[in-house]
Design a protein around this ligand. Sequence first.
Ligand code: URP
Ligand code: ZN
Ligand code: ZN
Ligand code: ZN
Length: 462
Amino acid sequence: MSSVIKGATVVSTHGQRQLDVKIADGKIAELGVDVATSADEVVDATGCYLFPGFIDAHTHLKLDNGPGTPDTADNFKTGSIAAIANGTTSVIDMATPHRGHSLEACLKTWNEAAAGNSSCDYSYHMSLIEWNQQLAAEIPKMAAHGITSFKMYMAYDNLRTSDAEIYAAMKAIKSVHGMLGIHCESGALINALQAEYLAAGLTAPKYHALTRPNQLEAEAVNRYLTIARLVDLPVNIVHLSTREALAVVRAARAKGQKVFVETCPQYLLLDEHCYDLPNFAGAKYVCSPPLRSQRDELALWQALAGNEINTISTDHCDFNFKDKKRIGKDDFTKIPGGMPGIETRPQLIYTAGVTTGKLSLTQFVGLLSENIARQFGMYPQKGVIQVGSDADLVIWDPEKSGVIAAKTQLQHVDYSPFEGFKTKGAARTVYLRGQKIVDNGRVVTTGKGQFVARHGSDYELV
Ligand code: URP
Ligand code: ZN
Ligand code: ZN
Ligand code: ZN
């Protein structure tokens, strides 16, 4: 099967050009002006942009926090359909082993969940929720399997490790040229604040935010970067949300430290006022870190414009409002944390960033695709439209408008945090390794995703 896409403006981080693109055998075969149309299919994409498939480097499609904890509303099957419908062709999910179990066992569990179910290509960040010699020995084995990125936590009692364990893990990760991402919030201080609030009878969702103040993100980021400096390891900060943490990153970079920063649409488009919504609706917005102030949003947009933030992923981790979020009706600490987002990131960032002039098209492509591919060892297989790359392509109609609504979403969850947002721009056609998955905005084929074996990270990017 071969196709030629004609007339679109092809976008990369280097610029944009009207070029024809020929796809054959799942790869980009030719790129040029007036490419011969001897193909099975010729697609007229005049007036559209052609983007490399978007990559979501932060999803929880198989959250497994052990017995008694609620399941996420989406899984690989449903979440990846929602993703690819709007142009996200690859996901990197958070794989989390049980305590005392091997990374190998966890990898097997995640492969079983994704294989045959995922409509996106997929990989995982392997979580390290403890540290010992067996796990250290498994890091090179993970790299050999193509798992070159790892995740650790400074918050959540069931997931966080000590600073000394982070230090030791960093050394192992450095030896495989891997990428570490850490959830940066001071877990011990959050516990103390939560106990204080609950003892005072303050149980509503808004206290979720008040017990996780900005300084606790900045403190954790500073500690993380201090440890990374000892090891001389370039590191990633996931879901950065505050201006105080940005200041810590700036200071570290000014001293020559290599720091990658991810943020998410919710920290750019929603703020702490959501927690004041009546009828417990604030629980829909309970995620960690919490939604912040409008000053933080502004600081994040300015950092994006100045190329100080490298990637935008979603932290998609959704729980139904009706039954799951309500578990925390009388105690905000029991509200399952996380929000849906895998479906809406491209339109939200295109609308709020590109159509307003806050972001250029080339920045947009970097933040949602190319930078992610490079940072996580998938480039140039993914993240770019060039000869030899996978034909993961999004024909983007910049004129198509829409309104985000839970009623019409593909995400398998009973609400949308972005309900009523008006969007401009949408994926018209999406190809995954040359196969047409979305046609005229509708998903026509599912379950075609494959595991992506990744190489080491490009540390020179920051
Ligand atoms: O509240 C959130 N974000 N839940 C998902 C896990 C995480 O912290 O990324
Ligand atoms: Zn193995
Ligand atoms: Zn996190
Ligand atoms: Zn997460």
